[in-house]
Design a protein around this ligand. Structure first.
Ligand SMILES: [Zn+2]
Length: 774
């Protein structure tokens, strides 16, 4: 999962230029003398060996961590994430006021710009305005979600709401839009812009247009009302997203086949169980209960939504369609796809149908094998939806009758070993490594958060990574990557303006060392939040399952995009690219997690130091692939449904919009397994709210990642997974651009395929034909 920096707050500031102001020495966090581990050796190669060793110990050895974090803290209290304004909860209030004051100054500059020089500065000014807002909003949003101290949470939430409203006002200020339009329309001005500035100007114009900024007053009012209606309906829909029945009552003989331990919390009276309809228990039951009628009952209960859900959904889709039509688009999907790689719903449809055709033979094969097993159970061979998990597991047992537990691989994946492996992999591919770093007083939000500095072999310190990886009460179970501050170039005029004070220019947070030309980068600040179990009573370190390893690699794929996507303007840095391109770097990392040469870099038994036998991975992958065709088909069907619901249908369907009819039309036309009519599963798909016409993105990025892995990293053959040349090519063509280059140019560049450069319907179809094979 990715937590994107707020796309709507793209606006931003910059101070009046004082080019001759004296420059004070800039304090760069991370280069402060004395802020260094005294045990760390001094020569470069010894140092990197020590850092490599320390990285593993940092996460695996309690003793090492205690010594490391109990060293006396250096320097004065700097505040959360080293932000000088956030030393205590009420700091959020001052910081919010300061942010608004900074923003106002930029807004005034933009509104009163009149000379060519001032117009030329507009993309940079607006980017700074956006950065100023994002710095605040991203931090506040993160603190609200993650900080264990309720006082910090409350302060963050209140000020967040205030700033968010302020941002909405800016996004609908016609003067900002008009000034930018004027700049874009003046040849002398636009001709002086760099490529990045041109891109940013276009992105901002589009954002303004999607806020209905140029509509007449009464229509703009209607737009605002419809938008809040969408927000309200969306939250209500998600809130009520539970099956109609919460439990099903069953007796022990009906549940024959299920692992008894799974039922121990659901017992009512002797031999009777109340099985919940969501969560692990029904999933396990569908995969193991022998009685087909019982599986059917469990399946149906899990696909029937609560009363009122369907009406809410249909109202939501109609309201979205009205918003799109008010903004001059044919449908909501047309609107939301206009700034994605796909561009149009027709292109998405081409992609999905091509992918479906590529997937069909696999599905057919899987169903045939399941059908054979079903006949042996003296049942009719037709595979129904409630049979799929059950017979997939049966096929697994047939192949792996002796060793069915992939989790014993965990002994080879201590958390420290995996972090060490990620650092080693990035060194091989991109010449960067992780360096454990002591924190200053008040810098982290919880005592077990580790700070890692990301260091490039020639460019030095390039990013800060806070790792909050251990489970604790009240913490979100979803692994998430947060960009708390984006990368950007701090202009020399901005430095001069603030007399070179890092506290002024960057709230005291991490900045790069000066480049040979005296320029500074605002460094990306990233937080990775996971919930790996730390066993307090056992001497062993936190051990990850193979799935956990893939998850950590996935999240680190987002992080590396933020780290290497160092653009001069923040609006397009790192992961701030179109949604249907954002999962490419993360999904690609999952291939690395399964590769033999990559695993050979680190996977060793935590106790014996024996390397992981690769056959274990091969077995796990083989098991994972079983039933993948059907799973993929589900995602394709859901993507098609997401497209249909966000088409013009909600406003044009004869006899009114009927989401259930649309659902079955799609499932009947493209599905291979007949969905029972007495379900209304669309009322339980929260992603419809979240994605709004872009759910295909995940499949789309998987298809591209598979191709990049195969073509650029040679599918891992001959050490392709650790090849520097391949890494550099991928970095140069994809990662370093963030969102400042068209995604199609990135794909065509890295694959060396010119036919893809301009994207479009045919390119989308081509990606569909590559298929998703992992
Ligand atoms: Zn992701």
């Amino acid at each position: 999962m990715i937590k994107l920096s707020w796309p709507p707050s793209r606006i931003r500031i910059r101070y009046v230029i004082q080019s001759n102001a004296p420059r004070r020495f800039l304090t760069v966090p991370g280069t402060v003398p004395g802020h260094r581990n005294p045990n760390r050796p001094s020569s470069t190669s010894q140092r990197s060996n020590y850092d490599d060793y320390a990285l593993r110990e940092l996460f695996d050895s309690r003793e090492f961590w205690q010594n490391f974090c109990h060293k006396p803290k250096v320097g004065s209290k700097r505040g959360l994430l080293q932000n000088v304004h956030l030393t205590e909860p009420k700091g959020f209030v001052n910081y919010a006021q300061l942010t608004v004051a900074r923003c106002q100054k930029i807004v005034e500059y933009v509104l009163s710009a009149s000379s060519t020089e001032e117009y030329i500065a507009l993309p940079r000014k607006l980017d700074l305005l956006s950065d100023t807002l994002c710095r605040f909003l991203d931090t506040a949003d993160f603190v609200h979600a993650t900080h264990p101290d309720v006082r910090f949470q409350d302060a963050a939430t209140q000020t967040y709401t205030y700033l968010f409203q302020y941002m909405n006002v800016l996004n609908t200020t016609p003067g900002l839009d008009a000034q930018l339009k004027k700049a874009v329309g003046t040849a002398e001005v636009a001709g002086a812009w760099s490529e990045v500035e041109k891109t940013v100007a276009q992105i901002l114009l589009k954002d303004f247009a999607q806020s209905a900024i140029s509509l007449p007053e009464h229509e703009r009012k209607r737009f605002v009302n419809l938008s809040s209606e969408v927000k309200r309906l969306g939250s209500e829909f998600v809130e009520d997203m539970r099956p109609r029945k919460s439990h099903i009552d069953l007796n022990a003989s009906q549940l024959n086949g299920i692992e008894p331990l799974l039922l121990k919390n659901h017992k009512t009276v002797r031999n009777h169980f109340s099985l919940p309809t969501v969560g692990d228990a029904p999933y396990a039951a569908l995969g193991s209960v022998h009685d087909e009628q019982v599986r059917k009952a469990i399946y149906l209960a899990g696909r029937q939504c609560r009363k009122g859900q369907i009406q809410k959904l249909e109202k939501l889709m109609k309201t979205r369609a009205e918003i799109a039509s008010l903004s001059g688009y044919k449908s909501y999907a047309n609107m939301s796809l206009s700034d994605k790689l796909a561009k149009t719903p027709e292109a998405v449809h081409s992609f999905l149908t091509a992918l479906s055709a590529d997937n069909a033979p696999t599905v057919k094969q899987e169903l045939a094998r399941m059908g054979e097993l079903k006949v042996q159970d003296s049942n009719p061979p037709e595979v129904r939806p409630w049979d799929i998990l059950y017979y997939r597991n049966r096929l697994d047992t047939k192949v792996h009758s002796k060793s069915r537990k992939p989790d014993f691989m965990a002994a080879y994946f201590s958390l420290g070993t995996v972090m060490q492996g990620l650092s080693r992999l990035f060194t091989h591919l991109y010449g960067i490594r992780f360096v454990p770093r002591e924190t200053t007083l008040g810098e982290t939000w919880n005592a077990d958060v580790r700070r890692i500095d990301v260091v490039h072999e020639t460019e030095g310190h390039v990013a800060v990574l806070y790792c909050d990886l251990f489970a604790r009460a009240g913490k979100t179970p979803n692994p998430t990557h947060f960009t708390l501050r984006c990368s950007r170039l701090i202009s020399s005029s901005e430095m001069a303006e603030t007399n070179g004070s890092a506290d002024e220019v960057n709230d005291g947070m991490a900045m790069s060392a000066p480049s040979p030309t005296g320029q500074y980068h605002q460094l990306p600040i990233i937080a990775l939040v996971c919930d790996f179990a730390q066993r307090a009573s056992q001497p062993s370190p936190a051990l990850l399952t193979f799935q956990d390893v893939k998850t950590l690699f996935h999240e680190m794929g987002h992080a590396i995009h933020s780290i290497l996507g160092r653009t001069s303007l923040q609006i397009v840095s790192g992961t701030r690219c179109p949604t249907d391109f954002a999962e490419l770097p993360s999904v690609l990392m999952e291939y690395f997690a399964s590769d033999a040469s990559v695993l050979a870099l680190f996977a060793r038994h935590w106790e014996t130091d024996v390397p992981l036998p690769y056959e274990m991975v091969e077995n796990a992958l083989q098991m994972h692939r079983r039933g993948q065709g059907l799973q993929r088909e589900n995602q394709i069907l859901f993507s098609l449904l997401d497209q249909a619901y966000h088409s013009s249908l909600p406003l044009t369907m004869d006899d009114g919009f009927d989401s259930t009819k649309v659902f079955f039309d799609i499932y009947d036309k493209y599905g291979s397994v007949r969905e029972p009519r007495d379900t209304d599963a669309q009322g339980l798909f929260g992603h419809l709210v979240e994605y709004g016409g872009t759910y295909y993105s995940y499949l789309f990025d998987r298809a591209i990642a598979g191709k990049v892995w195969k073509e650029v990293f040679r599918g891992g053959k001959d050490g392709g997974g650790v090849d520097r040349e391949a890494g550099e090519r991928y970095k140069e063509e994809v990662l370093k651009w963030g969102g400042s280059r068209s995604g199609w140019a990135c794909i065509s560049g890295v694959l060396g395929d010119e036919t893809l450069r301009d994207g479009g319907k045919r390119a989308m179809e081509e990606v569909g034909r590559w298929g998703v094979h992992d």
